[in-house]
Every structure is written in structure tokens, then in C-alpha cells.
Design a protein around this ligand. Structure first.
Ligand code: HEM
Length: 518
């Protein structure tokens, strides 16, 4: 204590009296306060400048386009993009042919008209698909779907052989088997509990097994199908327009990456097994086998060497592109048929006819070709509730999209498909389900194919569209012959929820029972 007192008196007294220039305690405290105040003011000035800059850049890019005059600092419309609603999108689309928003400082231009949507899809020199924000993390940046320009066109040409009529006919046989297997389980479950149940997950599981069987045949063990189906929901949940920017453990993107790793492990195994099987002369039984058969054909001129991982990534891209869209299409197919018994009756009548009076006869491609009304229905149900309402593209350079507006380079530009598909000029009473509009070759629907953007347009148009249409048609056709289903209407049945694609908000509750043939 004494020494402390001594020390303090010695230290402080002289400093104030005989040696003021030392200014030991007080002046140093004063300069620290001044310093931190300076820091505070400087930091505030920098933050304020950044915020002003952010607003100025947004307004400079937006120019005269409709959209909020100010953007919410830093996050922009992130909250809206996490919980998108059809009402929100409709409001945005109806605000103008082009309109602007910003999310996490990504400047986004939404295009609502058919003209602008098609222009974006068909201008590969100015814009390329960027898919959703999380797609690169889930699919891996070296996945072929991220190729652009000529490299993309060439790679894609090599995949066209997987969707020829010969290949599709082989897939139809597999689709038949899996569909019937699942219907048997659905009916078994309905027998135990006949109450109405949501078919959302039931239909997704059917689609997943069908896709995996078509793509990988028996090269994938049942356990893999189960594991991929289980984990895939985490991928679906991560498909937001813009995600939280860091894939920390626990985030949606982190969980999706884990699911993707598990799926890729199994798909690589299937590729290696198919490679061996085809080398040993086994006849193709699935898409992978077909691919190896093409590659081994001495007359094939394209690229011949692909690693297991590369092929697995292609299969994974097909799964990624198809799982949610096909499930959405199928669920709305069931819902629309339940709500329109007159249309279902016409499909049943046609199916019995194309099957030569035998409702159990498995469908073939030829029978699907003859199912004109069924195919018109599939086209129409996908139009009324398009699974994919828009696809995000990114400008690779300044894009003069109209006479008075140029989308800045490195912006997101998002064509709406919904507005083209609900254009009353082309589809009178656009919200009504009218398969008949596709039966008249001179009708406005058939005369304006450019409006039918369900599968996009241009160099990235859906590669799997025939397979997708045939699968939705086959499942609904078989269901029309084998099942009766009753829709339990709820206040949410006609409301839409957006989980990457469109789904009925109540998950579509159906009461199932076997169909008695007369
Ligand atoms: C109802 C089901 C489906 C719908 C509504 C749908 C819709 C679409 C749309 C809108 C695009 C973007 C087109 C564009 O940017 O212009 C697309 C691309 C694509 N789809 Fe589909 N699709 C479906 C099923 C499938 C299936 C079953 C497969 C594969 C077996 C598939 C594979 C792909 C691929 C690989 C791409 C990217 C093509 C490229 O970048 O070149 N899709 N699809």
C-alpha cells in the first residue's frame, strides 16, 4: 500500500507542477477519447457513404424501371425471396414488362412479357442461366449444366442420344413397372387407413424411384434409392432464389451439400457397374447403359471418354432438373383430374380404347402417341400450373433488352413463364383447365407455340421434356385405369405454395381406392 501511495504521489505531482509538458495521466485519457470519437465518426462516415453508394448504384441501375425507389440496406428483398408467394410474384410481374429489385446487392430485373422472356432465353451472347444461387454448391461448379456457349452446345449434343425414341421406349417399360409397384403400396396403405392423405411426398417418392430406375436401372441398390429419396428434400428446400451467403453447418445449403454428396457416391457406383455390364455385352436396360452403348459404338463421332464422376454429375443434373418439376406436374395432374370428373371420364374412355379394351395392358410409346386427349390434358395441366414459373439468368455483358433500357452486366435477369402461359389473348380464360384448346390445330394455343414456355426456350430448353411429358402421362393414364381418387377440398387446395416449384398449399389430400372394372 505504502509503496503504491509513494509511487502515485511521485508520479502525479511532478507531472502537474514542475513538468507539465509530460502530461502523464489526464492528457493521455483525453487523447484516447478523442481518438475513439474520431474512429466512431470515421466508421459512421464510411458506413453512411457505403449505404448512400448502395442506394445510388441501385437507382442508377434501375433507372426508370418500376420497383421500390430505395432498397433495404444490405439485404434488399431477401425476406421476400425466402418466402416467395404467387401473389408477390404477380404483383411484381404486373408492375411492368420489366421491373427491378435487389437482394443482397444482386441487382435483379424481372421480365414479364413473352417478348422479353424469349429474348432473355435466346440471347446466349448476353445472358446465361445461373440457376438458383445454391445450384453451384449442390451440383458442383464443374457440372456440365454450367457450361456456356459453344462448349455447352457440344456437350449437350452428346446427351441427346439419351432421349431418342428408342431410349424413351425402353424407359416406358421401366416406368410401367415402378408406377404399378407404387400404386400397389398406395392401395395397401389406403386399405389400412382409408382417410384422405396428402400425396405430396407419396408422389415425390414415386418420381424419385422412377427417375433412378430409368437413369441407373439395377445398378443402384434399393438402399441407395431409399437414401437418396430421404435426403433429397434437403436439396429441394435449398432451392431459393438467393440463399444466405455462407453455407455454415445447419444452413439449408449446408444440408443440401451433404445430401448431394451422398447421392453422388451412389451414382458413381451405378456408373462403374453399368460400364462393366455394357463392356461384358449386357443389352442396355437403363439410361446409363444406353449411354455406354452409344460411346462404344465405333461409328459414334462424339467425345468417348467420360469419368465415373463426370457421368454421375450428368445423372445428378437430370435428377436435380426433374425431381421437383415432375412432382409438381404430377401432383397437379392428380388434383386437376379429381376436380374435373368430365375430363377424367374422357381420359378413361380413351385409355380403354388405346389398350384394346384391356385396362391392365402396359402402355407403350405407340399407345401414348395414340392418347391424343391424355397428352392434351398433360399439356394443359402444365400450362395452368407451370412447375417452373421462371428461370434465373445472369447477364454476361450489358444487355440492351429494349429500346430504352439496358440491363447492366453481371445482373440477374429473370424471365417469367407464368405470364406467357396465362396470356388471355393466346389462352382465353387462361386460368381454366381446357384440354380441348390443344385439340384444334387452328386454335390460338396451337398457333402460338412461342407462348408455351413450360420447358423454356433456346439453347437451354429442357432436354428431358419428352421423357417428362411421357412419364406424367403414363402415371395418370395408369391411375385412371387402376385407381379411384377423391380430392378432400380444403381452403388451401387452390392456393399455391412455392418450394422451388409450385405445389397446392394443402399437399393435395386424396382418398384412394382400387378401381372396379365393369
Ligand atoms: C415437368 C417436368 C419438367 C419441367 C417443367 C422442366 C422445365 C425445365 C425448364 C423451364 C428448363 C430451363 C429452360 C431454359 O432455360 O430455357 C429446364 C432445363 C433443363 N431440364 Fe427440365 N423440366 C422438366 C423435367 C426434366 C427432366 C425429366 C429432365 C431430365 C431427365 C430435365 C432435364 C433438364 C436439364 C438437364 C435442363 C438444363 C438444360 C441445359 O442447360 O441445356 N428436365 N427444364
Amino acid at each position: 500500500m505504502a509503496s503504491f501511495k509513494d509511487h502515485s504521489s511521485q508520479a502525479s505531482m511532478p507531472s502537474y507542477t514542475s513538468q507539465p509538458s509530460y502530461n502523464i495521466p489526464i492528457p493521455s485519457l483525453f487523447s484516447a477519447a478523442a481518438g475513439s470519437a474520431t474512429w466512431l465518426y470515421t466508421t459512421l462516415a464510411i458506413v453512411a457513404s457505403l449505404l448512400i453508394l448502395e442506394q445510388s448504384v441501385y437507382r442508377y441501375k434501375k433507372r426508370h424501371l418500376p420497383g421500390a425507389t430505395w432498397t433495404i440496406p444490405v439485404i434488399g428483398k431477401f425476406a421476400d425471396s425466402m418466402k416467395p408467394t404467387m401473389e408477390g410474384y404477380m404483383k411484381q410481374w404486373n408492375s411492368g414488362a420489366l421491373s427491378a429489385i435487389s437482394v443482397f446487392n444482386i441487382f435483379i430485373v424481372m421480365a414479364s412479357t413473352n417478348e422479353f422472356a424469349r429474348k432473355i432465353l435466346n440471347s446466349p451472347n448476353h445472358a446465361e442461366p445461373c440457376l438458383v444461387h445454391s445450384a453451384k454448391a449442390i451440383l458442383s461448379p464443374d457440372n456440365w449444366v454450367f457450361l456456356t456457349g459453344k462448349t455447352h452446345v457440344e456437350y449437350r449434343r452428346g446427351l441427346n442420344g439419351l432421349f431418342t425414341r428408342r431410349a424413351l421406349s425402353m424407359y416406358v417399360q421401366l416406368q410401367n413397372v415402378i408406377t404399378r409397384k407404387h400404386f400397389a403400396v398406395w392401395l395397401e396403405d389406403a386399405k389400412k387407413d382409408p382417410s384422405a392423405k396428402e400425396i405430396m411426398m407419396t408422389a415425390r417418392n414415386l418420381n424419385m424411384e422412377t427417375s433412378l430406375k430409368v437413369f441407373c436401372g439395377n445398378h443402384l441398390p434399393d438402399q441407395a434409392t431409399y437414401e437418396i429419396s430421404e435426403k433429397y428434400w434437403n436439396i429441394t428446400l435449398a432451392l431459393e432464389l438467393v440463399n444466405f451467403p455462407f453455407a455454415f453447418p445447419g444452413t439449408k445449403v449446408y444440408k443440401a451439400k451433404q445430401a448431394s454428396k451422398a447421392a453422388m457416391k451412389w451414382l458413381e457406383l451405378a456408373v462403374s457397374r453399368s460400364r462393366v455390364a455394357v463392356a461384358n455385352g449386357v443389352e442396355p436396360e437403363c439410361m446409363l447403359d444406353e449411354w455406354f452403348k452409344i460411346l462404344n459404338d465405333p461409328t459414334y463421332k462424339g467425345r468417348k471418354e467420360f469419368t465415373d464422376r463426370e457421368m454421375a454429375m450428368v445423372i445428378f443434373s437430370f435428377l436435380f432438373a426433374s425431381q421437383d418439376a415432375m412432382s409438381s406436374g404430377l401432383i397437379y395432374g392428380f388434383q386437376h383430374l379429381a376436380d374435373h370428373p368430365d375430363i377424367l371420364a374422357k381420359i378413361r374412355e380413351e385409355q380403354l380404347r388405346v389398350r384394346g379394351g384391356d385396362p391392365d395392358k402396359p402402355l407403350t410409346m405407340e399407345m401414348l402417341d395414340a392418347s391424343t386427349y391424355l397428352m392434351a390434358f398433360v399439356k394443359e395441366t402444365l400450362r395452368v400450373k407451370p412447375p417452373v414459373t421462371m428461370v434465373p439468368y445472369k447477364t454476361t455483358k450489358a444487355f440492351p433488352i429494349s429500346d430504352d433500357y439496358t440491363v447492366p452486366s453481371n445482373s440477374m435477369v429473370i424471365p417469367s413463364f407464368y405470364m406467357s402461359l396465362h396470356d388471355p389473348e393466346v389462352y382465353p380464360q387462361p386460368d381454366e383447365l381446357q384440354p380441348e384448346r390443344w385439340l384444334d390445330p387452328e386454335g390460338s394455343a396451337n398457333k402460338n407455340p412461342r407462348n408455351y414456355l413450360v420447358f423454356g426456350s433456346g439453347p437451354h430448353r429442357c432436354i428431358g421434356l419428352e421423357y417428362a411429358m411421357s412419364n406424367i402421362a403414363l402415371v395418370l393414364a395408369d391411375a385412371s385405369m387402376m385407381l379411384e381418387w377423391e380430392h378432400e377440398l380444403t381452403p388451401e387446395s387452390d392456393k399455391v405454395q412455392i418450394i422451388a416449384t409450385l405445389f397446392p398449399q394443402d399437399g393435395c389430400k386424396l382418398k384412394l381406392r382400387p378401381r372396379q372394372h365393369v
